[in-house]
Design a protein around this ligand. Sequence first.
Ligand code: AP5
Ligand code: ZN
Length: 217
Amino acid sequence: MNIIFLGPPGAGKGTQSKRLEIRYGISQISTGDMLRAEVKAGSDIGREAKALMDAGKLVSDSMIVTMLEARIRQPDCEKGFILDGFPRTVAQAEALDDMLARLQSKIDVVLVLQVDEEALADRIAGRFSCAKCGASYNDASNPTRESGVCDICGSHEFVRRADDNRETVTSRLASYRRETMPLLPYYEASTRVAFVDGMAPIDGVSAQIDGIMTEVE
Ligand code: AP5
Ligand code: ZN
């Protein structure tokens, strides 16, 4: 099963794709997480990506396509994968189609998370995650059960993303509208596309996705 998550920054792509990864035993591939790991490692890719990410701009198609292709060729992706944050441009979607054709594979469903724009900046401003296991939380909608302790691994260390501020969010949203929204007609012409009400509480969003997945399987 190969799934794409489409949605603006803060829509809940990471939250829901991590849940799907556990439920279906297929790998979540987040190009944002991969780039943040490169930044942390201080690699050439990381150095090139950091300034663009901090400004809320997209990194180059060629860099991201090369990175993604290496990732989906890894053995754990043979069972399927969940793409979170890729593709983000029509050029990336075309490169993905070529890649999948070479691997004799295809996308089974594109899940589109729909969230009101006014809610996105608040979600992003409240986001934090566990420094040890990466579990994602939110000050308002998804706090840890015990204050200051990760529900999953018990760690007391949390981090906030460098690009999670209101100025960068405005530019991330503009990139989404300009470069990623054209993917909707692109996929509607060729692939099964399912819309999900991302304004529902996190469990309600998961329930809608479960319903869609039962039809796709
Ligand atoms: P990336 O890391 O992909 O960020 P993004 O697309 O902006 O998405 P987010 O991670 O901000 O949001 P999300 O939808 O995953 O929401 P989440 O589940 O965390 O990309 C970062 C940067 O990397 C880009 O700007 C670009 O520079 C670069 N990049 C990455 N991929 C690229 C590509 N393919 N091409 C070029 N450049 C690329 O949820 C957000 C918050 O809301 C959390 O706190 C969560 O707990 C909470 N929440 C989730 N669901 C709900 C709900 N239903 N109700 C209430 N709160 C909720
Ligand atoms: Zn943790």
